[in-house]
Design a protein around this ligand. Structure first.
Ligand SMILES: [Zn+2]
Length: 862
């Protein structure tokens, strides 16, 4: 099988032939010699090779790690694809008219040949080190974040100094001489993941959104072809960051830069899905090629100057931005439901020349992600993206929202063949699947739901896990990962493998995650169905906590050693922290209290007379309308600030019916100060119509009639609650016929059970946030950034959230990195870079949660 991979000499020969066959499009040159005197081949593809260096360019590198053969092979395949199609494919032609492709398909020819011919697991180049050992890891030999080491036999030995190696010097010299390069992609294997440059910083860089979007657009092309999901993982502290890599060097020169980890195995000494991988990466590469001009210095459009949220409701969000307006430009707004999503026509929600946008029809209590770029409509040039906005819509009027994090001590994993399973709780990560050494592994995630209100009715729930590593999931399309709710009666020792395996699962939640959907760096979510929410609710009310068991495949395939996924626990030294803990997101409402109100007064108002304590409606002997009016008092309801009316209906019972089928009645919400005389009633101002008309037929069939309040009437009723005033209604007859005389309906008044009633369902819910924090400041404490504040003294205060953003003052508690959530009055930004300006926003919240307006602290570099 290995023979199917081309040797270095073979690819050189192929490129020579291309050069002869396509001299206008293709060029091969040597940009340096390796230790073993091989030429380092660089190829250029352009629709006019002579002017190639004048166009913005993509820089492709592969196989800098000797055993990661797929880069070299993909380079050959990509070049072949373009040359085969360039003369017939108009899209390719239009790309290559303005864009150049440079490729070093094999950046480590000596190592590659050594790996092919001697030791397939070889990774470094073939330098002879001073101590006689061999090799430098070329992807640790660049200067950015370079770490000096004397461990020459290490697989990641970075060489005696940055650029000590001819291979890295060749790449450096070429990149430094070609400022037209705008995007650099470095191909490795394995992991099905993109690793964009991180700059060794906790904060995002101005082009983080650009890099994430580029990778996501490429990933989407891959998903279209094979269903395979690629992760995007920038890697931020506290993760161990890769030192001295090419990617960071390219990014330091202003190039959009990412590593692409192809496939699931290092050495491609298997061929099952090799062609599949190559095939899906060609459209992905073309998606990158398309973006090349947008990052060129010659691009006439630049990113917007700001991009902000100005308002969030439960169903809408308003955004604004700034730019020098110009009739030739417009803005594209993209909306996503997940972080690091693609931006393509399928989620382009607006093209506008305005500097603001109101997005309506959103769902309540959901995270939305917005991206913006500028387009020149004449040239088609697009700007880079402004850093992404993330927001969460408010809970709806009857909703509450909760995020529950896993409880550290009772969250961990148990493996069949390990004796010390209790040590896997509260630290590091969750291993789930099967492995030759560990055997079968389950994760246990315990979530304390004690604070959930006993009257809560769960409307929706999502369980989320953050995948940190899929490297050991070596087989694609084999096995699935499921989350089950454990029957509390079957729980014994959660740290004992047998006890965990014998747990009874009440219900598996959401849909299984299949192995090819596993990525790293992108949250995996299990959405609970209505029935699953109900189970969760019942369990929460009886046990106050739930235990979830995460399980993966339990058997290995012949000859395979592992099929294991690693999820973040968010605790301990190696966990990514608060933002990455397993969590359960709930949206719930409350069981309502029902209050029945009886009328304070009722009248029948006709042209002839006004009768109190009696109600009928219809037409009198002259054909004039007879109205019924009703007054209620709301003072028996709980206070407005802590109450939401969620439902209301008006009940009437008829007694005598003298009407024909063409009469209908409707109920109007009117001003409570209306006078009870015919003139005032006929000239009444209608605030809202309540519910639907009732027809004579319906009345005849049913003595009892309900007029159900619609959303607008409910809003009016809620407003009236604010002043605890009276409310008034008029029942009005209508007909399409002109002269109807002596037809009316009378309604019960005296009998209490049949009396007119205003039936109001309401829930206890605070309407307003608690006070903001006071006295907030940034101080330096032992070289760290510390933020302190005073919490408001209010029983309803439940905590604060601290959000960091380097590009805008966070408007939403989701717009940035979450630094802290809890009831303390200080926090540290443990990994915060001290050399960049940024904002910290402190929000207080109550139990809804209603968030206060943020208190913004500006961190300014002195
Ligand atoms: Zn690699």
């Amino acid at each position: 099988m290995k023979q199917l991979y081309r040797s270095y000499d073979e690819s050189t020969e192929i490129f020579k032939q291309f050069q002869e066959k396509y001299p206008n499009y293709f060029k091969m040159e040597s940009i340096g010699k390796t230790w073993e005197k091989r030429d380092i081949n660089l190829i250029t593809i352009s629709s006019d090779i002579k002017s190639a260096d004048n166009n913005p360019a993509l820089f492709f590198t592969g196989t800098i790690h000797a055993r990661e053969w797929v880069g070299h092979e993909l380079g050959i395949e990509f070049a072949t694809y373009i040359l085969d199609n360039l003369e017939t494919d108009p899209t390719l032609q239009s790309y290559l008219k303005n864009i150049t492709i440079y490729m070093v398909p094999c950046a480590n020819p000596d190592g590659y040949e050594y790996s092919r011919n001697h030791f397939s697991f070889w990774r470094k180049n073939r330098r002879v080190n001073a101590d006689g050992s061999y090799g430098v890891d070329l992807n640790r030999n660049f200067p950015i974040g370079y770490v000096k080491s004397t461990a020459t036999t290490s697989n990641v030995y970075g060489g005696p100094e940055p650029f000590s190696e001819p291979e890295t010097r060749a790449l450096r010299d070429f990149v430094e001489a070609h400022e037209n390069i705008t995007i650099a992609l470095d191909y490795h294997s394995q992991g099905n993941v993109f690793f964009p440059a991180h700059d060794f910083r906790h904060e995002d860089t101005i082009d983080t959104t650009d890099m994430n979007t580029l990778c996501a657009n490429m990933a989407e092309e891959i998903r279209k072809i094979s269903g395979r999901e690629y992760g995007i993982h920038q890697g931020k502290p506290p993760t161990k960051l890769i030192s001295g890599s090419g990617r960071e060097f390219y990014h330091s020169r202003g190039i959009i830069s990412s590593v692409v980890e192809v496939g699931t195995r290092n050495i491609s000494d298997y061929m099952d899905d090799m062609n599949e991988h190559l095939r899906e990466h060609i459209p992905a590469l073309l998606a990158a090629v398309k973006e090349v001009p947008n990052y060129s210095e010659k691009n006439s459009v630049y990113r917007v100057k700001s991009f902000e949220t100005t308002e969030i409701g439960s169903n809408h969000a308003n955004l604004k931005w700034s730019y020098e307006t110009d009739k030739n430009i417009f803005f594209e707004i993209y909306r996503s439901l997940k972080d690091k999503n693609f931006c393509n026509p399928s989620n382009l929600i607006a093209r506008t020349q305005s500097l603001e946008f109101s997005d309506i029809n959103l769902q309540s209590n959901i995270d939305y992600f917005y991206n913006i770029r500028v387009v020149n409509k004449k040239t088609g040039e697009k700007s880079p993206f402004y850093p992404q906005i993330r927001l969460r819509t408010d809970p709806d009027y009857d909703e509450f929202s909760r995020t529950y994090y896993a409880n550290a001590k009772e969250t961990g994993y148990v493996a069949e063949n390990l004796n010390d399973n209790s040590k896997h709780f509260g630290v590091n990560s969750l291993f789930v699947g099967v492995d030759e050494n560990k055997g079968v592994s389950y994760a246990i995630v315990t979530i304390n739901l004690k604070s959930l209100h006993s009257d809560a009715l769960i409307k929706s729930a999502t369980f989320n896990l953050y995948p940190i590593n899929r490297v050991s999931t070596t087989i694609e399309k084999y096995g699935e990962w499921n989350v089950g709710i454990v029957d509390p009666d079957s729980i014994k020792d959660i740290t004992n493998f047998d006890d965990v395996e014998n747990m009874k699962i009440l219900r598996y939640i959401g849909r299984p995650t299949e192995s090819h959907q596993l990525t790293q760096g992108i949250w995996r979510s299990w959405h609970l169905s209505g029935l699953e929410c109900l189970d969760l609710q019942q369990l929460a009310s009886s046990t106050e906590k739930i235990v979830l068991r995460v399980e993966g495949p339990k058997e290995l395939r012949v000859g395979r050693t592992r099929q294991m996924m690693q999820w973040d626990i968010g605790y301990g030294k190696f966990g990514y922290g608060l933002g990455y803990r397993p969590r359960l997101e709930l949206t719930y409402t409350m069981k309502p209290t029902i209050t029945e109100l009886y009328p304070k007064a009722v009248y029948t108002v006709s042209k002839e007379e006004v009768k109190s304590d009696e109600i009928s409606a219809g037409y009198d002997k002259d054909g004039s309308a007879i109205y019924s009016t009703f007054e209620f008092n709301l003072s028996s309801l709980p206070p407005y600030n802590d109450t939401f009316i969620t439902k209301a209906y008006f009940e009437l019972n008829s007694t005598k019916i003298y009407i024909k089928d063409d009469i209908r009645f409707h109920l109007e919400f009117v001003d409570e100060n209306i006078d009870q005389d015919y003139k005032s009633i006929t000239n009444r101002e209608i605030i809202q119509n309540v519910g639907f008309d009732v027809s004579a037929t319906e009345l005849k069939n049913n003595q009892k009639q309900y007029f159900t309040f619609d959303t607008f009437s409910e809003i009016t009723l809620n407003e009236k609650l604010k002043s605890k005033s009276d409310v008034a209604f008029v029942l009005k007859p209508t007909s399409s016929k002109k002269a109807i005389k002596n037809k009316s309906v009378s309604w019960e008044v005296k009998n209490k059970s049949l009396s007119p009633k205003l039936i109001i369902e309401h829930i206890p819910k605070r309407r307003n946030p608690v006070e903001k924090v006071s006295n907030a400041k940034i101080i330096k404490d032992n070289g760290k950034i510390k933020i302190t504040w005073d919490n408001p003294k209010d029983e309803a205060f439940k905590g604060v959230k601290v959000i960091k953003n380097a590009y805008r003052k966070p408007y939403s508690t989701h717009d940035g990195q979450k630094i802290y959530a809890g009831v303390d009055d200080y926090t540290f930004d443990d990994f915060g870079a001290k050399d960049i300006n940024k904002y910290y926003a402190i929000f207080t919240y109550d139990d809804v949660p209603n968030y206060s307006k943020p208190v913004i602290l500006e961190y300014q570099v002195k």
